[in-house]
Design a protein around this ligand. Sequence first.
Ligand SMILES: Nc1ncnc2c1ncn2[C@@H]1O[C@H](COP(=O)(O)OP(=O)(O)OP(=O)(O)O)[C@@H](O)[C@H]1O
Ligand SMILES: [Mg+2]
Length: 331
Amino acid sequence: MDVVTDRLKTLVYQGQNLIDSGLVSGVFTDEANIRITLEKGPHADLKDLEQEIKKILADLDREIHISITTVFNKIPYVKKIIAVMAGKGGVGKSTISFHLGKELARYGFRVGLLDADISGPSVPQMVQSYQRPSINTELEKIVPNDIYWMNDSKNLKGVFMSLGLLVPQGASIALRGPMVQHALKQMLFDVAWGSPEELLDYLIVDMPPGTNDTHLSFLKMVKPDHALLVSTPDLLSLADVERTIHMLRRIEIPIVGIIENMSYFKCKHCNHDSSIFNRDTVETFAEQVGIPFLGIIPIDTRMRHNDSTMPRYMRDICQRLDEVVVDVCAE
Ligand SMILES: Nc1ncnc2c1ncn2[C@@H]1O[C@H](COP(=O)(O)OP(=O)(O)OP(=O)(O)O)[C@@H](O)[C@H]1O
Ligand SMILES: [Mg+2]
């Protein structure tokens, strides 16, 4: 393997040796084969380079297999992408994505929300908007639907896209692996999230539960700038978050922090706080794994609606997201 890597280093791609250029994402060898994986941008042509690689390794007397995958980096006219993730289902990813959007819109940012849950899209229902998105024929792009977040003074506007908008309400969606990737790619790259005149400050991606291959490929395609994690204070939920953290670290997506959702339930009648799970579990976990703890959100029925009387849960959490917010302001 070392000899292969050393030889690949003698080739130049975009002014750097092939290994340092980041083009090579894997080298696997056995007695009979050398397998090389290259990850290229959508417009790169690697035909000549492929020949050069084969030439430089020819005397090693092994079968050479080169596979090339195309990585679509950034979404045009989008400044920052935040993926809201948990690993586990039903812990509040969609709810938090929705309220995070509202808080960022309150700061004055242009915000988009992408419901990446292909089999169980929930954002149209939260937003109460089901009409089919229109097509901008000039740009040949889908125009995302508007979201209006209820706010005390004036409602806040953003945009959203969900596969739920493209199928009849209540219909089941069963897509096979390659079709899932295709649908997600369309929702990222065929939607006019921003324009040269109006850049989108944040695209919040509400991720589906799970940590399988589909998630991994999707994250590689999206390349989010930040991942925001959500967990209930329950060991089962944290086990799934831990798997998510491993996946994110492997593909070098920075984790901005973790929110504890459904921390306790306040009884409307006696005003008593009941902990449904254990207290402080997520904060202790965050310390152990070395990620910032961003705060807690109790079970509150107002979290389930587009409600202008919501307490400041998300606002307080967003104040701790300074790093992300300042990044966008600085650009
Ligand atoms: N803090 C909260 N207070 C009250 N209800 C909540 C809270 N957080 C989430 N919920 C409710 O819990 C349910 C699950 O939340 P949500 O759909 O946001 O989870 P999810 O992680 O996106 O689920 P899935 O994995 O299915 O996509 C929803 O009915 C939502 O309204
Ligand atoms: Mg969801």
